[in-house]
Structures are given as structure tokens and as C-alpha cells.
Design a protein around this ligand. Structure first.
Ligand code: PMM
Length: 274
């Protein structure tokens, strides 16, 4: 972790090709709308576009494999064909493989391989980058799994176990990016503790991705009944603070605001050096 040079933190813009995501449910469900949204995010400053076909909002039911595939592959193919760096947000090895074959360069797996035993071999075989997020269980029960003595240490240790399992399957450590999994089996204050103690996770020596965008723990800071879009400003602040703490990337819906916020940090940091 460093705060000594201008921000180089990458922006991963979210394209949820789902009817039911909590943050942008249904808006980009149609493939053409999703592709256009991905292009717009790049124009606004996204470095990576993250395409997902399964909602992970608390309580969500799983989507069938064929349906997930149908939702993501054409969007990935079209964006990758235009030279865009695409990640696929999936817990399924079959979807991940099809997306990589369609041009995805990163597999973003919110379960770090726990949801599908076939994932680690696919990551090893394809050699793409892999986001391993901290996860304890599927959306229908994840809220009941938010029990920790020391959340920062336990998230680090559970991710370290996943890194070992991935290494056993042949995944090179220079392919890995870690994510503390904000909101996934984490209660409000546990998310803040993870953010405030990012150095604990950074101790594993791998790049870190932060996905705070529009999540409930940010909504809790706003007046009751505030629209979900009002979470974009707190999200941008978290992105700046994460970048300052050395995050490799931030996964956000509001790319435009995030880009501007990170530009301020970059200017601030370059001013300090000069
Ligand atoms: N959060 C969501 C989905 N995918 N991937 C990573 N790596 N990290 C996250 O925090 C994360 C994720 C849930 O948010 P969404 O439904 O708004 O996409």
C-alpha cells in the first residue's frame, strides 16, 4: 500500500445484464442496451468493463446456467471486439470459460472458487487474471453468515486459504486480485472495519479491488428513503480513500463521478510531490 504517487487506481465499470440487481436492476437487461452502456462507461473513463448476468443482491435466487450464458456472452464479445478490457462477473466455470473465449481478460468470481469446483482449473488453463472475492455463501443465506471475531483478519485468512487452493490448481499468483467482498456476509460496521484496515488484507501482497458501489452500508449514512443513486457520492469518496490506501481498482456503477474524484486525488498527490 502506498500513497506517494498520483492515483493509478483502475476503474472497473459495472454492466449488470440482469432484471433484478439492487443498484441498477433491469436497466441494461437487453443486450444492445448493455453493450451501449459498456461503451458509455469507457467514454466516461472506465479502464475495465465488468459484465455480469447473475444478481448477487441479498436474498436473490440463482439464475440458470444457460440463461446466464445467454445474458453475458454476446455483450462480452461485442465489447472485447472493440478493444475494451472486459471482465466477466460469474461464479460459474462454464460461463467464465465461454466469456474468456469471447474475449474477456479477467474472471471476477465473487465466490473465489467456492461456488464451483471447476473454476480454479479453468482459471489455470486460460491464464487470465482472476478476482478472488471474500465469500461465505450464496445470496439466499449470506446475511446469516456475517459472524466474525476480527473481520479484517478472518477475511484475510479465508482469502489466503483460497489463494492456496488456487495455487494447488495451478493458478499463478501474479494472476490474482483480491477483494474483501463488501456487503457479502458483512454487516454495516464490518464493511467500515475492512476499509479502515485495508492494510491487513494488503499484507498478502496482492492487488486489491474494492466494490463499495451503491451498497447498503453507504445508504445507511443517507437520510431515510434516499434514492439509491444518492449513494454515488459516498461511493466516490470511498473510491478516493481506497485509491489513497493503495487499491489496484474500484468497481463502480457511476464511472463519470469516480473518474473525476480520482482525478482530484491524482492532482493532490502530484502537488504534494512538486
Ligand atoms: N459486488 C457485487 C457484484 N460483483 N464483484 C466484486 N469483485 N466485488 C464486489 O464487491 C461485487 C462484485 C454486487 O453489486 P452489484 O449487484 O451492484 O453489481
Amino acid at each position: 500500500m502506498t500513497d506517494g504517487s498520483p492515483s493509478t487506481t483502475l476503474i472497473m465499470g459495472v454492466v449488470n445484464v440482469t432484471p433484478d440487481s439492487f443498484s441498477d436492476g433491469g436497466r441494461w437487461f437487453d443486450a444492445d442496451a448493455a453493450i451501449q452502456h459498456g461503451l458509455d462507461l469507457v467514454a466516461e473513463g472506465a479502464d475495465i468493463v465488468d459484465v455480469g448476468g447473475e444478481s448477487t443482491r441479498p436474498g436473490a435466487a440463482r439464475v440458470e446456467p444457460d440463461e446466464e450464458l445467454r445474458r453475458v456472452v454476446s455483450v462480452v464479445r461485442e465489447l472485447a471486439a472493440r478493444g475494451i478490457r472486459v471482465s466477466v462477473d460469474t461464479m460459474r466455470a462454464s460461463t467464465a470459460l465461454a466469456a474468456v473465449e469471447a474475449g474477456a481478460e479477467i474472471i471476477n468470481d465473487v465466490s473465489a472458487g467456492l461456488a464451483d469446483d471447476a473454476m480454479a482449473p479453468i482459471v489455470a488453463e486460460t491464464g487470465v487474471h482472476y478476482v478472488a472475492m471474500h465469500w461465505r455463501g450464496h445470496s439466499d443465506r449470506m446475511d446469516s453468515l456475517s459472524v466474525y471475531d476480527d473481520v479484517a483478519v478472518e477475511v484475510r485468512d479465508e482469502l489466503a486459504t483460497r489463494i492456496d487452493a488456487l495455487a494447488d490448481a495451478g493458478v499463478a499468483s501474479d494472476r490474482l486480485i483480491l477483494d474483501p467482498g463488501l456487503g457479502f456476509s458483512k454487516r454495516g460496521e464490518q464493511n467500515w472495519e475492512l476499509l479502515g484496515r485495508l492494510d491487513v488484507l494488503a499484507g498478502l501482497g496482492l492487488p486489491i479491488l474494492i466494490g463499495a458501489s451503491r451498497k447498503r452500508f453507504l445508504g445507511a449514512l443517507l437520510p431515510e428513503g434516499a434514492d439509491v443513486l444518492e449513494r454515488d457520492l459516498p461511493t466516490a469518496v470511498v473510491s478516493v480513500l481506497s485509491a489513497q490506501a493503495g487499491a489496484w481498482g474500484v468497481r463502480v456503477h457511476d464511472v463519470r463521478g469516480t473518474r473525476r474524484a480520482l482525478d482530484v486525488l491524482g492532482a493532490w498527490q502530484s502537488g504534494r510531490r512538486g
